[in-house]
Design a protein around this ligand. Structure first.
Ligand code: NAP
Length: 284
């Protein structure tokens, strides 16, 4: 079997079109577009790339978009004041504080200060709790993108063995909750797990580890769906995932490539969250 590719680039373009239409409807109904504020502290080059890409996408979709950049010397108190100002700004529906923050700032304190109704990253404990309890809330963008991929290939996870590798608050845990809320039978693996044994019986594998080619193709159950969240630099300097793609694709029914898989979905789902946040806030 050679797997079909889940084309994240194409699906992200489709999501962006949907969001653009929803943003136009918000603008028409309420007289202003959805607004997103992105806060960046310091000079991390990767953060600059991510933030620029988010800003560009927001503009293309007709959003109000603000980029607040501060030197690495900004104090935690000063950053809290920025967040509080954005919480109070009626034109801002979504606040995103780009991580990582400089070491002297506790990112947990900052994320907890964001108004949960504007928490478009879905990292606030209140939104995480809503997800944990199976209630509506803002959902972290990367796992939301993975779920959208499963929806796109019309795969119903009900009762299926879904194995999530990784238990971070950003990807693994919310991914497991989304699958559980969709009635999958979920196993979460981490660095102490027998990953090979769990993957061998998985109908769906979501790899979110950060270790190049950790998941061997020979572990993949024939006909499984493989979603590779990993973004790693291989020894050759090329971007590669957590899954051994070439061998896995010979066994899987569907697989995401890296690059061009989950990566493009994350920003599209961020924009989706911002429109959802705007609709919810403006309807009050
Ligand atoms: P993270 O916070 O470092 O978490 C990694 C998880 O993998 C941890 O739970 C860790 O287990 C587990 N792990 C590490 N080594 C393992 C092993 N040998 N076997 C099994 N599990 C192992 O990483 P993250 O933020 O979730 O990101 C994971 C990957 O996704 C990275 O490559 C990152 O770049 C990528 N990512 C991509 C996107 C995107 O938009 N495509 C977005 C976010 C992240 P312990 O908990 O036991 O330490």
């Amino acid at each position: 079997m050679t797997a079909q590719l889940i084309d994240g680039k194409a699906l992200a373009a489709k999501v962006r079109e949907e969001v653009k239409a929803a943003a136009a409807a918000v603008t028409q109904k309420y007289g202003r577009p959805p607004g997103i504020a992105v806060v960046r502290v310091g000079e991390d080059p990767a953060s600059l790339v991510y933030v620029s890409s988010k800003e560009k996408t927001a503009r293309e979709l007709g959003f109000g978009s603000w980029h607040h950049h501060f030197p690495a010397t900004l104090s935690q108190g000063e950053l809290l004041a920025v967040v509080q100002r954005l919480n109070a700004d009626p034109l801002v529906d979504g606040i995103l504080v780009q991580l990582p923050l400089p070491k002297h700032i506790d990112s947990n304190v900052i994320l907890a200060a964001i108004d949960p109704s504007k928490d478009v990253d879905g990292f606030h404990a209140l939104n995480a709790g809503q997800l944990f309890q199976g209630r509506p809330g803002l959902v972290p963008c990367t796992p939301a993108g993975c779920m959208r991929m499963l929806k796109e290939i019309a795969f119903d996870v009900t009762g299926k063995n879904c194995v999530v590798i990784g238990r971070s608050n950003i990807v693994g845990r919310p991914m497991a909750m989304l699958l559980l809320n969709a009635s999958a039978t979920v196993t979460v693996c981490h660095s102490k797990s027998d990953v090979a044994a769990e993957v061998r019986r998985a109908d769906v594998v979501v790899a979110a580890v950060g270790v190049s080619k950790l998941v061997k193709g020979e572990w993949v159950k024939p006909g499984a769906i493989v979603i590779d969240v990993g973004m790693n630099r291989g020894a050759d300097g090329k971007l590669c995932g957590d899954v051994e793609f070439e061998t896995a694709k010979e066994r899987a029914a569907w697989i995401t490539p890296v690059p061009g898989g989950v990566g493009p979905m994350t920003i599209a789902m961020l924009m989706h969250n911002t429109v959802v946040a705007a609709q919810a806030r403006l309807a009050k």
